[in-house]
Design a protein around this ligand. Structure first.
Ligand code: GLN
Length: 269
């Protein structure tokens, strides 16, 4: 079968036609543009088997990123494993926010619950003079994130195992950023799509989705330099609750940051 036939076959089985191209380009180890330009190139027997296996996995609902092992974030190709949440494009808002608000030549930044390292690595990539540390409770995530730093040759970002601040005693930062779990544990959202395959511990945070954010807000103050920022990604309807928690913990300059759809997806303080 050639590339054109392979794409056509897979498109007939998949809900999302572009999934076929992501899977095929991963099997061939070529950019997607190659598929359009060379549709008469014939797949080897091994490539054909690999592609059929990938499509079958996708048909069962497995996320494309777990099949290919890659997801792009902030234009950086990141290695992902089922131990980590798949980076979401909307989380780039968190990166944009820190780049806009922190105007220090040599800032120190902490990314809590770093997963693949996406947020920490994007910041480190943009600001080579800054020191960034990304922490995660899950050892496998720390390994994935460290692998990504090595693959991308980003040297100003370190990763370590830590249950929120547990390994950061005495450390202070100019900004603490986090995309923590914030989904309500009984949310219907968890029953469909990619989230069914992602670690529950990266998604869910108690009945109101705020369990982890409460812990972070309670502990963050002692880890911020004077004038430092705490920046939290959360659900589109959680800003008011997060702001109330921040006020209770004596944070000031609390503000919502809106995404392009005008949803308040990040709160800073
Ligand atoms: N933003 C993620 C989602 O939409 C939720 C991840 C999280 O809880 N941080 O699935």
């Amino acid at each position: 079968m050639n590339i054109g036939q392979a794409r056509q076959w897979a498109r007939g089985l998949l809900d999302e036609p572009t999934d076929a191209d992501y899977l095929l380009s991963a099997v061939l180890n070529k950019p997607r543009s190659f598929l359009f330009a060379f549709d008469d190139v014939v797949l080897s027997q091994e490539q054909e088997l690999q592609f059929k296996d990938a499509v079958e996995r996708r048909v069962t609902g497995e996320p494309v990123a777990y099949i290919t092992g890659v997801k792009e974030f902030w234009s950086l190709p990141l290695y992902v494993s089922p131990a980590t949440l798949i980076p979401r494009p909307e989380t780039e808002l968190l990166v944009e926010t820190v780049l806009e608000k922190v105007n220090i030549e040599k800032a120190s930044i902490c990314d809590l619950g770093t997963g693949t390292g996406a947020v920490a690595l994007a910041i480190g990539h943009e600001k080579p003079n800054w020191d960034v540390v990304g922490v995660d409770r899950i050892t496998q995530a720390v390994m994935v994130a460290s692998q990504n730093a090595a693959n991308l040759a980003i040297t100003n970002v370190d990763f370590l195992q830590s249950d929120w601040f547990s390994s950061l005693t005495g450390k202070k930062f100019d900004a603490i950023v986090t995309n923590p779990p914030y989904v309500e544990s009984d949310s219907k959202y968890l029953a469909e799509g990619d989230v069914r395959f992602e670690p529950e511990s990266a998604l869910c945070a108690g009945y109101d989705g705020l369990d982890d954010i409460r812990i972070i807000i309670e502990c963050a103050g002692t880890h911020l330099n004077h004038g430092g920022w705490l920046m939290i990604e959360h659900g589109f309807d959680q800003h008011q609750n997060v702001a109330a928690l921040l006020r209770n913990a004596d944070f000031v300059d609390i503000a919502a940051i809106e995404d392009l759809n005008l949803y308040q997806r990040v709160t800073i303080a």
